[in-house]
Design a protein. Structure first.
Length: 170
């Protein structure tokens, strides 16, 4: 069974939202997203986000949006546990990066909890680097946040957060 990667446009989002919520609950438990999180309209969200379908069923997804003039942010990157280590996460991320390049975005950021060791190793494998404290302050300003606590806008509870970035254009 091979998963295919597709843009997660509004039509696919509506079609698969219940499955996406279920996958998110299994992956994040108490920190899971609900319909409103998936449906929230953000700049270029439905052009940058991706979904992995296997036999027409979601097995992974990447929710992303644009911020500023030249940056994208990956809000969620999830692959169902039994489908991990099959290259699906890598293909989701590469498809997302290609969409960013097409839109002439030159940097991608993402946030992860420190305790998500496997996810953090994956991000580093994909070429993401942990932001320095100076880079973090610049990132927060660019996103219009004045305090570290505002990063998740109350949608994601506390925890030691690591912020990663990847330059797409040298």
């Amino acid at each position: 069974m091979t998963a295919r990667i597709w843009p997660l446009d509004k039509r696919r989002m509506r079609r698969h939202i219940l499955a996406l919520c279920s996958i998110d609950r299994k992956s994040f438990r108490d920190d899971a997203w609900v319909h409103e999180n998936f449906e929230r309209v953000l700049p270029d969200k439905f052009r940058l986000s991706r979904i992995a379908l296997c036999e027409r069923k979601p097995v992974g997804y990447l929710i992303a949006s644009r911020y500023g003039n030249r940056c994208a942010h990956a809000h969620r990157v999830v692959v169902i546990s039994r489908f991990r280590r099959r290259g699906i996460g890598t293909r989701l991320m590469r498809s997302f990066e290609n969409a960013c390049r097409e839109k002439r975005l030159d940097e991608i950021t993402l946030e992860s909890l420190e305790k998500r060791h496997d996810a953090n190793r994956f991000y580093e494998f994909m070429g993401f680097v942990r932001m320095s404290e100076e880079g973090l302050l610049s990132y927060l300003r660019l996103k219009g946040k004045t305090k570290v606590k505002q990063r998740y806008s109350g949608l994601y509870p506390s925890g030691e957060v690591v912020v990663y970035n990847k330059r797409l254009i040298p």
